[in-house]
Design a protein around this ligand. Structure first.
Ligand code: CMC
Length: 391
């Protein structure tokens, strides 16, 4: 009891008003600025969705052209930023590097940190969206000991990221259009998801007036956890560990066992209690990508059979646990050639659009105040200090 509403995990507290993303968890509906995720992921592009989220409307062809050009102008990172990478161990997790390097952007771009100036906020937003692919690709290159590649602005946002990741200076790199489209779709599906943990983290960090790049770094730190963005990596690792459909029942039994902390990774969602509409799109895309690349992946069979067994199991039915977006994204990403350790970095790259749009919306909201949750204190009541020699 107390003067405050107790709501651990914020299951029933609206922290803000927002015009960006609508979710109906019972019906499995996800809309960005009113447009369904099914239509956006089918017909739109990630850059168009970025424009939509930042500006509120779909761009005209001229606006689209100008926006992509503007983002393109910011794809390079300061040369000095490169030296930061050398301070990391080669076996550092890419998300550890991302937390550090994105946070460090706040030490580089001083002309876009006055958050009360809409023009500076715009530049900071463009910079963040533009530099994330470069920073993520550099984290990968550093891990495998290959030289960093500069961005090539004749390519699309996603094509450019593929080249910076998989290209080498010595060879020309051909962007595979099927891979480019699939990855762009994954980016669209991850662009925003209203007040999830990492987005709430960005808003909370930003509510104190903190440096915009530092706020995004806070979001990256939160996303890293296996209950959130880290689930795509954990899901693929789990499917690989299961290895063969015959071992699925053992894992399902473990997931149901209350004495075993194991959970089926890529299953369940705080808001979706019917199905995750992003998972439906992703499931379709997996088939397209695997057949077009000619990749046969035994992990996909494990995934499909696991899904079927879980969906017909009373435990999962009663608890309304369905595959979420991360259950399938990992299969596509590994078919493309990304190591599992990069999966969450890709999620961060895409979610940057949502973080930046939400951060701007918060700053422009006249009702915005510093975020300051209260608590129910359950510690001791007031008591007298006893000197050390008397204890
Ligand atoms: N496997 C087995 N049991 C589960 C699972 C699972 N994946 N997810 C939830 N449960 C059970 C849980 O044990 C609990 O049972 P009980 O009521 O008997 O204690 C019940 O279902 C409700 O779970 P909860 O943890 O109270 O639900 P939540 O809303 O706090 O957590 C979640 C949601 C996504 C963190 C959780 O379902 C989970 O840990 N899933 C696995 C990780 C995962 O895939 N995360 C990605 C989320 S989607 C991408 C993103 O937005 O980042």
């Amino acid at each position: 009891s107390g003067r405050f509403t107790y709501d651990p995990g914020f299951t029933s507290t609206a922290s803000c008003e927002s015009k960006l993303t609508y979710i109906d968890g019972e019906e499995g509906i996800l809309l960005h600025r009113g447009y369904s995720i099914e239509q956006l992921s089918e017909d739109s592009s990630f850059m168009e969705v970025a424009y939509l989220m930042l500006r509120g409307e779909l761009p005209t062809p001229d606006e689209y052209e100008e926006f992509t050009r503007t983002i393109t102008l910011h794809t390079m990172v300061h040369e000095q930023l490169k030296t930061l990478y050398n301070g990391f161990r080669r076996d550092a997790h890419p998300m550890a590097i991302m937390c550090g390097v994105v946070g460090a952007l706040s030490a580089f771009y001083h002309d876009s940190t006055d958050i009360n100036d809409p023009e500076q906020r715009k530049i900071a937003s463009h910079r963040m969206i533009a530099k994330m692919p470069t920073i993520a690709a550099m984290a990968y290159k550093y891990a495998i000991g290959q030289p960093f590649l500069y961005p090539d602005n004749s390519l699309s946002y996603t094509g450019n990221f593929l080249r910076m990741t998989f290209g080498v200076p010595a060879e020309p790199y051909e962007v595979n259009p099927v891979v480019e489209r699939a990855l762009d779709r994954i980016f669209i599906l991850h662009a925003d998801h209203e007040q999830n943990a990492s987005t709430s983290t960005v808003r909370l960090a930003g509510s104190s007036g903190a440096n915009p790049f530092a706020c995004i770094a806070a979001g990256i730190a939160c996303l890293w956890g296996p209950a959130h963005g880290g689930a795509n990596e954990a899901a693929l690792n789990m499917l690989t560990e299961i290895g063969h459909p015959s071992r699925i029942p053992e894992y399902i039994a473990r997931a149901k066992d209350k004495d075993d902390p194991f959970r089926l990774m890529g299953f369940g969602h705080r808001v979706y209690k019917n199905y995750d509409p992003r998972a439906t799109v992703m499931r379709k895309t997996v088939r397209e990508v695997l057949s077009s690349l000619g990749v046969t992946n035994p992990v996909f069979d494990v995934a499909l059979q696991l899904e079927e067994m879980a969906l017909n199991d009373d435990y999962f039915i009663e608890k309304k646990l369905f595959p979420n977006v991360d259950f399938y994204s990992g299969i596509i990403l590994s078919a493309i050639g990304f190591p599992t350790s990069m999966f969450t970095a890709l999620f961060a790259l895409a979610r940057t659009v949502g973080w930046v749009a939400q951060w701007n919306e918060m700053i422009e909201d006249p009702a915005q105040r510093i975020g300051r949750p209260r608590q129910l204190y359950t510690g001791p009541t007031q008591r007298d200090y006893i000197p050390l020699d008397k204890r």
